[in-house]
Ligand binder design. Structure first.
Ligand code: GDP
Length: 312
């Protein structure tokens, strides 16, 4: 069994490779729901949907989010009624949000809703939201708090970041199956996702960090930072603002004590000794997932190395 802590774009690329490297039935994804929000009266789960669409082969390859070939007629039309246009929710993507919202209003817990999406898209793996309870990532800026989607999309991350909060986290419980998936996996993988706002919220749900700390399998993280830079998104900016070194070593320090194996890119080979000094093994490999083949090769390399470290 392979359990993956997942954000959005970076995670989904890795997952596309993982389900080709190992049987999909052996993969459980623990999805970040800190990015969830209410938009146009609908419950949107951006990170979960990115993973579902990517695993279904339906994600927009240019953006890494949303559905390939989607149109935006509904959000355009909503402007007539005074709705803001900054949040891009495609017409076909809206169908997912409508379905999710209806089921939640009928009283379904979020994990059942996600399981229904997985079934409807015919995926072979399991996807669990980190929690059925609302946890909302908030960004603290100079003028107070903003919701995560406001920060990411409306403000295009152009805010002086002073801190990050996960509202609701202390009262949240892990969704059914999450703790077992962490405790029982042969390999637990922190995907190459934003450590602060994609993996951070998952670890903030009481019980999940502890389950990871005590997991019997090999706990692995893949750096989303290559040669001191992000492939995409605000992770570098966030790490820096919060006082972390912007490098694969900085990411390894964030995860220190929680992982056994850190995966860094070939370009960061020189950092390997310092990573190992933190008390973890270091795999140096090509982590730039530019093709289906490279995604699969990365997943194969990570799983092979993790299994070789296995506690048997
Ligand atoms: P988000 O929620 O959509 O921002 O997605 P994630 O948190 O899952 O992923 C964002 C991170 O993925 C960024 O920090 C990127 O640097 C990283 N990322 C994206 N593509 C790649 C890749 O091909 N290789 C590696 N190592 N990281 C990647």
């Amino acid at each position: 069994m392979y359990t993956v802590f997942a954000g959005g774009v970076g995670a989904s690329r890795f997952l596309q490779g993982l389900v080709r490297a190992v049987p999909p039935e052996e993969v459980t994804v623990v999805s970040n729901t800190g990015d969830d929000a209410e938009m146009f009266g609908l419950h949107v789960s951006p990170d979960t949907d990115i993973c579902v669409y990517a695993l279904a082969g339906a994600v927009n390859p240019e953006t890494g989010w949303g559905l390939a070939g989607d149109s935006f007629a509904v959000v355009d039309q909503l402007q007539r009624f005074g709705y803001p246009r900054w949040f891009n929710l495609g017409d076909r993507d809206l169908a997912t949000a409508i379905h999710r919202t209806r089921l939640l209003r009928e009283g379904w817990p979020l994990h059942r809703v996600v399981a229904d999406l997985v079934r409807a898209w015919g995926l072979g793996c399991t996807i669990l939201p980190m929690s059925d309870d609302p946890v909302r990532t908030r960004i603290l800026g100079p003028d107070g708090e903003v919701a995560f989607q406001d920060y990411m999309v409306r403000l295009r991350t152009e805010v002086d970041l002073r801190g990050v909060e996960f509202a609701g986290a202390t009262a949240a419980r892990p969704a059914p199956g999450v703790l077992e998936a962490v405790a029982e996996a042969e390999v637990v993988i922190l995907a190459p996702s934003n450590p602060i706002v994609s993996i951070g919220p998952i670890l903030a749900v009481p019980g999940i960090r502890e389950a990871l700390a005590g997991a019997r399998g090999i706990r692995t993280a893949i750096s989303p930072i290559i040669a001191g830079q992000v492939v995409k998104g605000p992770a570098a900016k966030m790490l820096e603002a919060l006082g972390h070194e912007v490098s694969a070593l900085g990411v390894a320090r964030v995860y220190r004590g929680l992982i056994d194996l850190m995966v860094v890119d070939e370009q960061d080979r020189a950092l390997a000794p310092a990573v190992e000094q933190l008390g973890m093994a270091c795999l140096v490999t090509d982590t730039m997932m530019t093709s289906d083949e490279r995604k699969r090769e990365l997943a194969e390399a990570v799983c092979a190395r993790a299994r070789s470290l296995g506690r048997g």
